[in-house]
Design a protein around this ligand. Sequence first.
Ligand SMILES: *Cc1c(COP(=O)(O)O)cnc(C)c1O
Length: 359
Amino acid sequence: MVMAAHAVVDRTALQHNLKVVRAITPHSKIMAVVKANAYGHGLVRVAKAMAQADAFAVARADEGVTLRKAGVSQRIAVLQGFVSGEELRLLMHYQLEPVVHSLHQVECLEQIRLSEPVTIWLKLDSGMHRLGFDRETFSPVLARLRHCSAVRKPFALMTHLANADVLDDPVTEQQTGFFRIAMDGVQAERSIANSAGVLGWKNTQAEWVRPGLALYGISPFGASDSITSMDLRPAMALRTRLIAVKLLETGAAVGYGGDWVCRRPTRLGVAAIGYGDGYPRHAPSGTPVLINGHRAPLAGRVSMDMISVDVTDCPRAEVGDPVTLWGDGLPVEEVARFAQTIPYELLCGVTQRVRFVEI
Ligand SMILES: *Cc1c(COP(=O)(O)O)cnc(C)c1O
C-alpha cells in the first residue's frame, strides 16, 4: 500500500553529497549546516547520516542542544550566537560554539566569569549587512577578544556571502577581497563559503566551508542541469497517493474559486497532499507532479489536504497510485520556480503531519 503524504529521506544521498563536497574542497574542513531541522530533512537524522562531517552549524542554541542530547560529538557552531550571559552559559554547558557578531556579545564576554574559556567564531560583515562587525569595528574587537580571558585562543574568523548564487555578480569578489584584507596578518582559521561559494567560487574556499543546500542535493543556482553535472543527489522526495480519479465534462470548474476549467473531457486525479503538508499554496495550475513517474499538471488551487491533477494524458492513473511532488525525476528547484519561491523554503516548510521515512 502506498502511504498518504510522506517524505522519503535518503541517507546514502546525504553521504554521497558530503563526499562530492569533500572532493570539491579537498583542503577544507566541512561544517555541515543543519539549521531549521536540517532544511526540513530531520536534524538528528541528518547529523547521524553525515557522521563524516568535521563540524555542524545550527542557527540557534536549542538546535545544538538537541544534537548534543542525541549524542552528536562533533564541533557545533551556533550561527546566531547568544544575547545574554545566561545563554552563553547554556551554550558552554553543551559545548556549543557561538558566532560572535555584535558589541553586545563582546561586552558580555568581557564581563562574564567562566570556569573555562569558550570557543567562538568571530564574524566580519563583508557586505551582507546582516550579522557581523564592519571593518572599522573589526580590528579593535579582534584585539579586545584576544585579551578576553573568557575566550579560547586562537579562534576562527568567518563571513557570509550575500549573493554567491548569482555567478556573475561582482559582489562576491568584493566580499571575498574585503574579508582577506581584514584578515591580513591575522593568524586564524577562516570560513567564507556557503554552498554557492563551494560550487561556484573557488577562492571562497578556506580552512572551513559551510555548505547547507548542496548537502541536501539541491543546486543553489536554481538550474537543475548544473546539478546533474555536479553529481549531487536530492536527499528528499515528497510523496503521496491518488485518492480519487474522476471524469469531468468540458466546462467543469475545479477546486476553490473554480479558476481552473476543463477545456476538454478531463480525467482528474485528486492527491492527498496540500498546504497543510507544506506543498506550496502558491503553486499555480500547470505545476508538474509525477503520477506513476509521469508528469501531469496541477489543476486549480492547492487546498489544505488535497491537490487536483489533470491526468487525462496519464490514462493508467488510478486510485492508490503513487504521486511525487518533488524528488527523483522532479527537482524541487523546478517546483520552487513554478511556486515563485526557493527550494530552501519548500524543504523546510514540510509540516509535522508528513510522515518521514528513511531509506
Ligand atoms: C545557512 C547558512 C549557510 C549555508 O547556506 P547554503 O546556501 O544552504 O549552503 C552558511 N553560512 C551561514 C552563516 C548560513 O546562515
